[in-house]
Design a protein around this ligand. Structure first.
Ligand code: SAH
Length: 238
């Protein structure tokens, strides 16, 4: 499934992802991908279905991984009567691509996506990339998408919004565990999409869905093997 979706244009890439069954929840999940040009985020071959380096040992994840993450989190990102203003946290926002795509989905009734990066230069990169489109600029001005510098292993609490939890948490780098603070900040109900390096099994990294139901009961479901850059301490001086 990994590399078949490459194309010569953003539209072709999204069409191929849909054709290959990687974007299933049409039209809701395909629409935001078509609205965000990956060329604003990937420095080279933006329409290849592969990860690309973006500096500072970070990579923009492959389109099929972004598609898969959105599919997984979609029920918690889309506004509904019960959740008119979804709140989404993107840990390790890197290029800002997925942060922007998710901001397309949260609606305009107060939905928010916050990207957290531990490298200030990458926080600036992500924010600058979002600024490259008119819609991105509008989202930034409205506070619908926000970029912050911090250690995402602690999750993130927005100043002035301390009581508010996250309906969906996307983690874009591999964690050694499901960090307690992140889990505490997940709403009930809510879902976290997180690559975890499962050392104990020696089987390497896997995507986990960590679901909290309305009563706060947590269920972890192991999905499939992946290779993400690790969630680490910030390099010194960054
Ligand atoms: N979703 C991003 C992925 C970028 S790669 C994209 O597709 O562009 C993973 C990112 O996680 C890197 O940018 C890295 O700097 C960041 N990261 C690693 N450890 C972190 C931490 N402890 N807190 C916040 N960000 C972290």
């Amino acid at each position: 499934m990994a590399w078949r979706s490459s194309a010569a244009s953003n539209r072709g890439l999204i069409e191929n992802l849909a054709k290959n069954g990687l974007i299933k929840g049409q039209p809701e999940s395909a629409k935001p991908f078509s609205k965000v040009d990956r060329a604003h985020y990937a420095p080279s071959t933006p329409y290849d279905d592969s990860p690309q380096p973006i500096g500072h040992h970070a990579t923009i994840s492959a389109p099929h991984m972004h598609a898969n993450a959105v599919e997984a989190l979609l029920p918690f990102i889309l506004p509904s009567d019960a959740r008119p203003a979804p709140r989404v946290l993107d840990v390790g926002s890197g290029s800002g691509y997925l942060t922007h795509v998710m901001a397309e989905l949260v609606g305009d009734q107060g939905g928010v996506v916050v990207g957290v990066e531990h490298i200030a230069a990458l926080k600036e990169l992500g924010e600058g990339n979002v600024r490259r489109s008119e819609e991105g600029r509008r989202f930034l001005e409205a506070g619908r998408v926000r970029f912050r510098v911090g250690d995402g292993r602690k999750g993130w609490v927005e100043p002035g919004e301390e009581a508010m939890k996250w309906d969906a948490i996307h983690v874009g780098a591999a964690a050694v565990e499901v960090h307690a603070e992140m889990l505490e900040q997940l709403n009930a109900p809510g879902r976290m999409f997180i690559p975890v390096d499962d050392d104990t099994s020696q089987l390497g990294q896997h995507i986990f869905w960590v679901d909290k139901d309305k009563d706060g009961k947590v269920t972890r479901t192991k999905q499939y093997g992946v290779r993400y850059v690790p969630l680490t301490d910030a390099p010194k001086g960054k």
